[in-house]
Design a protein around this ligand. Structure first.
Ligand code: KG4
Ligand code: ZN
Length: 329
């Protein structure tokens, strides 16, 4: 089975052809991503109207490239899958209308896909992983601790009460005057910083459960920045490193609670979504996993952030396990 996946929910126009080969390394036949980073960089964040216009401009080219890189035509495709939610409505419209049009013209099924389920199952595309597993889904707009019991069976143990971690990285980077997107910028500048120079409060210390909150941390960074008359580059690096260390420490702390709350004793931990590309977080999750006897998986860096292979893969997972597509998160 070959699926054409289309992703356009935020600032990447992506298309991919993925098949259901038994070995993970044989599954991705193509993966094309047209990033809008340059378009949005001067505004310090995604401008939805510009994003939608850019998706509309390039989507046909991106799909054609995905087909040609996979060495196939629409005749070889069995299903067309596109991100239907959540995301920016202009981009979602471009992707889903395009997918539905191809579906109508070729008489092949269209499957609307939940973007978060895409992130959640990316590690199953890249590795043959047994259920159940514990997942940390941390992207620009969402944060969840989820017990993945099977395809379509997701038990949310914790979530953010306000901002997502990626959003917090982006806003702190903007406050420091760093380039967009902020997560990568913070990680880069933190490498030259002292993570112990500033102590930020750990959120939700006394709250039961494993929910998270990042807006207080963002305010703490804002207050610290305004206490300076002049921020040197070294100050900015030290703030980045101290902030990143706090985020990682907080996520690990809440993950420990999530693991204790899980009733299915998962033997595997999966981290996914854009923030899972963060090297400090990946290092801390690797250490956490070995302490707790868990196998740890995170997608390769280009598949942590938005892409269309994950969208095609959700369609394959659902079709191969006979589950209907259910909007879950
Ligand atoms: O999953 P994603 O591509 O898009 C959403 O579905 O939101 O995640 C994008 C988010 C952005 O907030 C970006 O700053 C963050 O992931 N990000 C990172 C890193 N790379 C991307 N955050 C921290 N460290 C990174 N290396
Ligand atoms: Zn995403």
């Amino acid at each position: 089975m070959k699926v054409l996946g289309i992703e356009s929910s935020c600032d990447e126009t992506a298309a991919a052809v993925v098949c259901d080969a038994p070995e993970p390394e044989d599954r991705i036949l193509s993966n094309i991503i047209n990033s809008q980073i340059q378009l949005h960089a001067k505004y310090g964040g995604v401008v939805p109207e510009f994003a939608a216009r850019s998706h509309a401009k390039v989507i046909d080219k991106v799909i054609n490239e995905a087909l040609s890189q996979a060495n196939c035509t629409l005749d070889d495709i069995d299903v067309i899958a596109a991100t239907a939610s959540p995301g920016l409505i202009g981009g979602l419209l471009v992707g889903t209308v395009c997918a539905k049009t191809i579906s109508a013209l070729t008489n092949k099924p269209y499957m609307p896909i939940n973007h978060l389920e895409g992130h959640l199952l990316t590690c199953c595309l890249c590795n043959n992983i047994d259920f159940p597993f514990m997942a940390l889904l941390t992207s620009g707009g969402h944060f969840f601790f989820v017990e993945v019991l099977g395809v379509g069976e997701y038990k949310i143990l914790g979530k953010t009460l306000d901002d997502a971690a990626g959003e917090c990285f982006d806003k702190v980077a903007k406050m420091l005057g760093f380039e967009y997107p902020g997560g990568i910028a913070i990680q880069k500048h933190a490498k030259s910083g002292d993570p112990n120079r500033f102590q930020f409060p750990i959120p939700l210390q006394r709250r039961p459960g494993c929910d998270v909150s990042f807006s207080g941390l963002k305010t703490a960074v804002k207050n610290l920045i305004s206490s300076f008359d002049n921020l040197s580059y070294q100050d900015k690096c030290d703030i980045s490193a101290s902030f990143q260390k706090t985020v990682v420490h907080f996520i690990i702390k809440q993950l420990g609670k999530a693991l204790r709350m899980s009733s299915h004793h998962p033997k595997t931990l999966v981290a996914t979504g854009g923030v899972a590309a963060n090297s400090e977080l990946r290092g801390a999750l690797t250490a956490f996993s070995s302490q707790h006897n868990l196998h740890f998986y995170a997608p390769p860096l280009p598949l942590c952030t938005d892409n269309a292979t994950m969208i095609a893969w959700v369609a394959i997972e659902h079709l191969s396990s006979g589950y209907p597509i259910i909007p879950i998160l």
